[in-house]
Write a protein of this length. Structure first.
Ligand SMILES: [Zn+2]
Length: 384
């Protein structure tokens, strides 16, 4: 028995059958809204159940409830608003009323049909304060919110097609992972969220979790990246190298999830857990400073917030950051190693990147040689 989807039922809203035919005949005359890739990704995630029980972009009631209480208006935990913005000019040019269907386009490609339920405005500074705990536009999530339109459109949607996805063959949707876990006979699954190539610290944390569950879902987020980040395909290759050499056969499912990253720290940690519950995970590994950026959040804030959600329906796993201890002679963490700082060798992602960027292999207590090889053999492992 994998976990129940959030809210009890997996959402699937893909335009099919008669409604699709009607749409195809009429879409030329329907109001259109061109959206950026981030919203097209949200639309596909909504339609494929990643954000169950949401069936579309949030209406004002849910939006305000999520902002103020971290719960939907029906009291179900939800921490990150999923909203669709538009400009006032666009709205005024359209003459819309509730019940109207709007075609969402990405690069002129029809992505989804939104059935309009609600049009409202948002206070972006308040939004930033609540979601990101800062109004500082230097925070990348806040900056992104400030750039969005002033009007929000709420309503259920139906997917026409997802935006083009170069990693389609690595993508599994919640319906698919659930079938897969069932076939494997897994009853407990720990999900691991990442945007990085694995070093020994990650492996330690994953194996600590795997000691107690049947299977592991390694779930890299693909999507928007900044300069110097590892390319998505490099992350996949690195994990394939790691799991094929250092994990027992058949205990890991590696799949990519295209979902927007907000860097909302603690709130986003809960969001990531809810999303993995929809994929069928029963446990979620929460990192130190999970989904954080800069110094906006305390190192363990992303752990503390879970106390507010005893009804989440997925168990957070708080595994302390691992380091190599020269006295223990292996990877350990503060909970299991009594030795002082002078014996602890911490693995720094920044340092690893510097080594790999030079085409060199990091020391073996930092990164498995097969993983390093998979990265440096790629012609262009970093985003430029
Ligand atoms: Zn030690």
């Amino acid at each position: 028995m994998v976990s129940r989807p959030h809210g009890g039922r997996l959402v699937r809203r893909v335009l099919t059958g008669r409604r699709r035919e009607i749409f195809e005949a009429q879409s030329g005359e329907m109001p259109r809204l061109e959206v950026p890739l981030e919203r097209a990704i949200d639309a596909e995630d909504l339609a494929r159940g990643v954000f169950s029980p949401l069936e579309g972009f949030m209406v004002e009631d849910d939006y305000l409830s999520v902002l103020n209480r971290m719960r939907l208006s029906n009291d179900l935990p939800w921490t990150i608003p999923i909203v669709l913005d538009a400009t006032r000019e666009w709205l005024e040019s359209q003459g819309l009323s509730p019940g109207d269907d709007i075609v969402l386009l990405y690069n002129e490609l029809p992505i989804a049909v939104l059935t309009l339920e609600d049009v409202y405005t948002w206070d972006k500074r308040l939004h930033a304060e609540k979601v990101f705990k800062t109004r500082d536009p230097g925070h990348p999530g806040v900056e992104a919110v400030y750039k969005r339109g002033d009007i929000l459109l709420g309503g259920r949607l139906e997917l026409i097609q997802g935006p083009p996805n170069p990693l389609e063959r690595y993508t599994l949707w919640p319906l698919e992972t659930r079938v897969l876990f069932k076939e494997k006979g897994w009853r407990t699954i720990a999900a691991f969220q990442t945007r990085n190539v694995p070093h020994l610290g990650h492996e330690y944390v994953q194996k600590a979790a795997l000691t107690f569950v049947d299977g592991l879902l390694v779930h890299p987020l693909s999507g928007w990246k900044k300069k110097g980040d590892y390319r998505d395909e490099v992350i996949i290759r690195a994990y394939e190298a790691l799991t094929s050499h250092y994990y027992p056969r058949g205990v890991v499912v590696l799949s990519v999830l295209r979902m927007n990253m907000n860097y909302a720290g603690p709130r986003e940690a809960v969001h990531h857990a809810i999303v993995r519950k929809n994929f069928g995970a029963t446990h979620f590994i929460v990192g130190r400073d999970h989904a954080g950026v800069g110094s906006y959040y305390g190192p363990y804030e992303a752990w503390e917030i879970f106390r507010e959600f005893p009804d989440l329906g997925i168990t957070p796993l708080f595994v302390r950051e691992a380091y190599y201890c020269t006295r223990c002679g292996g990877m350990v963490n503060e909970k299991v190693c009594p030795h002082g700082e002078e014996y602890r060798v911490r693995i720094s992602g920044t340092r690893l990147r510097e080594i790999l960027r030079r085409g060199e292999r990091p020391p073996e207590y930092m990164m498995r040689p097969e993983v390093a090889e998979a990265i440096i053999s790629h012609p262009n492992p970093f985003i430029e």
